[in-house]
Design a protein around this ligand. Structure first.
Ligand SMILES: NC(=O)c1ccc[n+]([C@@H]2O[C@H](COP(=O)([O-])OP(=O)(O)OC[C@H]3O[C@@H](n4cnc5c(N)ncnc54)[C@H](OP(=O)(O)O)[C@@H]3O)[C@@H](O)[C@H]2O)c1
Length: 426
């Protein structure tokens, strides 16, 4: 690679701005690390007149993707726009024209990563995407590098910092004696005001963002194709401050977890859902807008990574790390990504877990009707509590098969009088 490495940066928003800042502020360090200088030749945006947090020389800005992609002097394209299209097509075009690509785009990598990696291999260029999972945490590099000699058994992570912030806010509100019933909406509003959650927050709060990241993580940890639709997804929008209150009473924390594991029968199960975890679990300490990943492997035993999972400079740190890697090693290894094996994935219904079940009903009779099927399953009950809007009772089940348990829950939810909230234990 040339002494001056030329870049096209697609996107100058949060992450693009962070990358431009690090490239400028750490230019001498990057040169010391690689022996090369990095020169930005094009910055692709939608709106040339938009005010930007990071000043971009106007002559670099373009709204024409072809200007950014077709410049023969450009060696590396940084895709920091987000969304599926046109990002995916631009990544493919860049790889096909012999340019290395670095992306922070979990959606593209979860949906089309396998195909794009093959395109990169065919064209002898590199496609790196560390920033797509857990911001600044070097988890993908660790799985493909220092930890690659281990058989990974389980990966458990908090990979969406927006929902982690909301759950922490709900916990704080409940601890402060604020109304539990409105805790979710209040916390979501605060996350939006602080810029942690978008105005349309469904990608985060319905668990889609964590599902994309789980598919990418599981693929690299278990060296297996992981179709996005095989990753079970449940978000946090149905949670109430009452759930956080009960978590506290049980000396547990409540987190949106990404869990991937190899089952004893060899199948891979990957899932995203709210989970009750012990307060001494390392992931409980992952607070606010942070991310954390805990891994179990047959050599290193266990390990956790914890740090900023989002934000301009934290995410830029991962992008620039990939940039240094490409500048040092522009020739792809034959196994740029692990040679993936087709393997079976297991639906969540195959698992056995313990459950927290919170029943609410307008009367003692209605509550009894909800309670009975759980008694048959061997659940233990906490004393019922009369609240403003009815009676509430919590049951904790013994380990049960998810498929059979959910069949019972579906029947319970069909009852007209009452509500059923189910949360899984780790
Ligand atoms: N934000 C984070 O903390 C974070 C963390 C990890 C990973 N990521 C990933 O990083 C990527 C970028 O996220 P972000 O938060 O930086 O997004 P963002 O702030 O919305 O910025 C997106 C940038 O891309 C440009 N853009 C979008 N669509 C375009 C199009 N069709 N044509 C030309 N330019 C286009 C926008 O141009 P204008 O400015 O003109 O609108 C903007 O500059 C996403 O894949 C995201 O998932 C983000």
């Amino acid at each position: 690679m040339r002494k001056v490495v030329r870049l096209s940066v697609l996107g100058a928003g949060t992450v693009g701005g962070g990358v431009l800042t690090l490239l400028r502020e750490n230019a001498d360090l990057l040169e010391a690390q690689t022996g090369k200088r990095f020169e930005v030749r094009h910055v692709l945006v939608r709106d040339l007149s938009k005010p930007r947090a990071v000043a971009v020389p106007p002559k670099l800005l373009t709204t024409n993707p072809q200007t950014a992609l077709c410049d023969p002097k450009v060696d590396i394209v940084l895709e920091l726009m987000g969304g599926l299209e046109p990002a995916r097509t631009l990544i493919r075009d860049a790889l096909q024209s012999g340019k290395h690509v670095i992306t922070a785009n979990k959606l593209v990598m979860a949906v089309s990563g396998d195909e794009l990696i093959r395109v990169a291999q065919r064209h002898g260029v590199r496609l790196l995407y560390e920033a797509s999972v857990a911001g600044s945490l070097p988890i993908l590099n660790a799985l493909q590098g220092s930890l690659a000699g281990n058989r990974i058994n389980r990966v458990v992570g908090i990979v969406n910092s927006t929902t982690n912030f909301i759950l922490r806010e709900m916990e704080r509100a409940v601890d402060a004696g604020e109304p539990a019933e409105t805790a979710y909406n209040t916390a979501l509003r605060k996350a939006q005001e602080l810029g942690y959650a978008e105005a349309a927050p469904s990608s985060d709060v319905e668990g889609y963002d964590a599902q994309y990241k789980t598919a990418i993580l599981a693929r690299l940890a278990f060296l297996q194709y992981v179709p996005l639709e095989s990753v079970y997804r449940e978000g946090i929008s149905h949670l109430s401050g009452r759930d956080l209150l009960w978590a506290k009473r049980l000396n547990m924390g409540l987190k949106l977890l990404s869990i991937s594991e190899r089952l004893p029968d060899g199948r891979l199960c990957a899932r995203v859902h709210p989970t009750l975890i012990p307060r001494d679990c390392p992931l409980y300490l992952v607070r606010g807008a942070f991310s954390g990943v805990w891994l179990q492997g047959n050599g290193f035993q266990e390990m956790s990574l914890h740090g900023f999972g989002a934000g301009a400079l934290a995410t830029a740190s991962a992008v620039v790390g990939d940039l240094i890697e490409v500048a040092r090693h522009p020739k792809p290894l034959r196994l740029e990504d692990p040679s993936l094996r087709p393997g079976e994935t297991a639906p969540i219904e195959s698992l056995t877990m313990r459950y927290f079940v919170r029943l609410s009903a307008p009367s003692e009779d209605a509550l009894r009707a909800l309670r009975e099927p759980l008694q048959t399953l061997g659940a233990e009950f906490h004393p019922s509590e009369t609240l403003q809007q009815g009676i509430e009772q919590v049951a904790l089940t013994p380990p049960l098969n998810e498929g059979e348990f959910q069949t019972v829950m579906t029947r319970l939810r069909e009852q007209e009088n009452g509500q059923v909230q189910v949360i899984r234990f780790l």
